[in-house]
Design a protein around this ligand. Structure first.
Ligand code: SAM
Ligand code: SF4
Length: 475
């Protein structure tokens, strides 16, 4: 099953080997951070310029506590500058866990004979979506194993079903996908179904480590996976999500590779990745995990801050793999999206299942079992503005990068108002009284910070409309 680029009609420039192990290793070896150099790099990032590999390597190698502190401060500051206090919420929805691959770290791998395999049928899928809507969710990421059943048409049909489910005031307004790489035609098919982002994580960018963890199946072909999102771009999917599974290899190598991957997209498609994910390896049934590169909490904070600084315009996703305490700490250093009320057992949203996770039914252990409302409560208490906004994608503000980042005043004109309007819907339809109280207070405070009196007046009108039952008002 060797990768043949000509078969996939990938343009020549995309096929240049953009991950060069030697180049990355040399960047890391040569980077000798002194305080002045680190400060220059942070200043460049704060002027909203993406960092190159050499600059990112300097940050990765800066381990003196004072320098680490400056990097964290820089990331915190950049997050506020670019994203304000919004945190976008979503939930994962596992559709099927059949898988022909053998990824050493994953509970779904084909050689886990104890795994309980399941694909939601249409009625079960609808029930799951209704349950998610009943919680107040508006954005989902559908997750699939890699198996011939979950082909592009199947994924597209699933997406259409999800969009069609409406319960009360509930509806899903953006469906993202985390599934196996497709071919160009396949990406076209899922794009036509109206997907938001297509995520494919490279897991580790180091080819030899990759081979070691991806024992058999299509995913064992490093290059086929590495070029997945090039094919997505060719197929018209211009919102793509990259990521590395931290714990498989040296985190510094992965951070530099993510920056290199970003640089590749910018060079070839003039658009960076829409999101970067940084899942950290968790316990899984029958997993073969080599502890050599386990990432500590301190390293995790650093790598998030460095990614924030390195690619200032990109959304950064933090998931319930992490404990509430870790999530609360790292959020400030650059995270823009988190999941809430997450359940990863198939069918678990609609059925009240055991509170205990059964790892043979799930991909890995999750460590944040809080409900969506508990998370919203905490976000409000910490001064964040929870958001369910889907406006950019629905108004075609995709691809061409980084609207919120590059257009002056974008956050105050669009993001904060849309966050407020979607939070108001949540408070009206789903929140218990105590959350509603905190939420309306936060809305009042954030409204006053919008500055432009015309926008504030328009917002007041729209909030009244929401109170009177109108929904889905956005800028
Ligand atoms: N099967 C597809 C694939 O592998 O790309 C779709 C998604 S997979 C279900 C989602 C992601 O979960 C993987 O890309 C991997 O990064 C992550 N993952 C797998 N096993 C994990 C583990 N033990 N701990 C944390 N994350 C894990
Ligand atoms: Fe399958 Fe994805 Fe798990 Fe690999 S990570 S075994 S491809 S579900």
């Amino acid at each position: 099953m060797k990768f043949k680029p000509e078969k996939y009609k990938i343009p020549d420039e995309a096929m240049q080997p953009f991950i060069d192990v030697q180049e990355i290793e040399e960047s890391l070896e040569k980077a000798r951070p002194d305080a002045a150099a680190v400060r220059d790099v942070i200043a460049k990032s704060l002027s909203k310029e993406r960092l190159n590999m050499k600059e990112t390597a300097l940050l990765c190698n800066a381990s003196e506590p004072e320098l680490v502190e400056e990097i964290l401060d820089g990331a915190r500051c950049l997050k506020e500058l670019v994203y304000g206090n919004r945190i976008v919420l979503f939930a994962p929805l596992y559709v099927g866990n059949f898988c022909t691959n053998n990824c050493a770290y994953c509970g779904f791998r084909v050689e886990n004979r104890e795994a309980e395999r399941k694909t939601l049928n249409k009625a079960e899928l609808i029930k799951e979506v209704e349950a998610l809507e009943d919680n107040g969710q508006k954005r989902l990421i559908l997750v699939f194993g890699e198996h011939p059943i979950y082909n592009a048409k199947y994924i597209a049909d699933t997406v259409r079903t999800v969009y069609s489910v409406k319960k009360g005031n509930g509806e899903i307004r953006r469906v993202n996908i985390n599934a196996a790489p497709l071919e160009i035609e396949g990406f076209r098919t899922v794009k036509e179904a109206g997907i938001g982002t297509y995520q494919v994580f490279q897991e580790t960018y180091h080819p030899e480590r990759y081979q070691r963890f991806h024992i058999s199946g299509q995913k064992s072909d490093y290059n086929y996976r590495l070029t997945a999102l090039d094919r997505a771009q060719e197929g018209g999917v211009d919102d793509v999500g990259i990521g590395a599974l931290f714990g498989l290899y040296d985190w510094r190598f992965e951070v530099l590779s993510l920056v290199r991957h970003t640089n590749h997209f910018e060079a070839v498609y003039n658009v960076g990745p829409h999101t970067i994910s940084f899942p950290r390896l968790q316990e899984a049934a029958s997993a073969l995990i080599d502890p050599a590169h386990i990432v500590s909490d301190d390293e995790f904070v650093r790598l998030i801050a460095i990614l924030r600084l390195a690619v200032p315009y990109t959304g950064m996703i933090l998931t319930a793999r992490e404990t509430p305490a870790v999530r609360t700490t790292v959020m400030q250093f650059g995270v823009s999206q988190i999941d809430g009320g997450t359940k990863i057992e198939l069918g678990a949203y609609a059925n009240i299942l055991n509170e205990q996770q059964n790892l043979n039914k799930e991909q890995f252990r999750i460590n944040d079992a809080r409900s969506l409302n508990e998370i919203i409560d905490e976000l409000l208490e910490m001064g964040y503005l929870p958001s369910f906004c889907t406006a950019c994608y629905r108004l075609g503000r995709t691809g061409e990068h980084f609207m919120e980042f590059s257009v002056p005043g974008f956050i105050k004109r669009y993001c904060t108002p849309n966050a407020i309007l979607t939070l108001a819907e949540y408070l009206m339809d789903y929140a218990p009284e105590s959350t509603a109280k905190k939420g309306w207070q936060a809305i009042g405070e954030n409204l006053n910070q919008l500055e432009n009196p015309k926008i504030i007046a328009e917002m007041r009108k729209r909030l009244d409309k929401i109170k009177n039952g109108e929904r889905d008002l956005y800028f």
